[in-house]
Write a protein that binds this ligand. Structure first.
Ligand code: COA
Length: 160
């Protein structure tokens, strides 16, 4: 495959996301990790901060770039000539949610397909909001996110 998009809010990017990105990068010439907004979520980090934190996490992945987009995912795909979206699947609950999103994206842009990569068992219980909740109570998130992201979360929570 030529280009793949791995989309998400990535607030913040976790070790589970990193695992999916690394595996997806082996399937294509170029992987774009695309930071988007989910209007139902209030983000802890700005787009720029998330982009920067992801960039620092993927220094060992040569064919991966990071971008952000404040609009519909399919519009980014259309403008950048991408026809394949990658999403990670951790559970049946993810599947039911992802299926709706993939079908809606396909109605909006029929040429675009969504492919799923199964999350590794050790990352299947990690979620960005769980990481933020644990950190807000002073819990240990070292095994869930890269070290620089753990530091950034702690700094952000102290600031807020
Ligand atoms: N490891 C760790 N966490 C994972 C994971 C993995 N492998 N796979 C999924 N997750 C978690 C995320 O951490 C996140 O956790 P949270 O809910 O606690 O924040 C959750 O699964 C799903 O988040 P994400 O992948 O960021 O999806 P989302 O549902 O927040 O948003 C977008 C999905 C951003 C792709 C979607 O809203 C979008 O496309 N927005 C742009 C506007 C648009 O086109 N809308 C129409 C869509 S049909």
């Amino acid at each position: 495959m030529n280009k793949l998009i791995y989309s998400g809010t990535f607030d913040p990017f976790t070790n589970g996301h990193l695992d999916i990105a690394a595996r997806a990068s082996k399937l294509c010439a170029e992987l774009i990790i695309l930071v988007l907004s989910n209007q139902e979520k209030t983000a802890l980090f700005t787009y720029e901060e998330r982009l920067d934190l992801i960039k620092q996490s993927i220094t060992e992945l040569e064919n991966v770039k990071v971008d952000f987009w404040d609009g519909l995912l399919v519009d980014y795909c259309r403008i950048n000539d991408v026809t394949t979206i990658i999403r990670g699947l951790r559970s049946e609950t993810d599947y039911n949610y992802e299926k709706k999103m993939a079908l809606n994206n396909q109605i909006l842009l029929p040429a675009c397909e969504t492919l799923f990569i199964t999350a590794a068992p050790e990352y299947s219980c990690i979620s960005s909001s769980m990481v933020k909740t644990i950190a807000s109570y002073g819990g240990n998130i070292e095994q869930m996110v890269p070290a620089h992201i753990s530091q950034a979360i702690k700094a952000k929570l102290t600031e807020n």
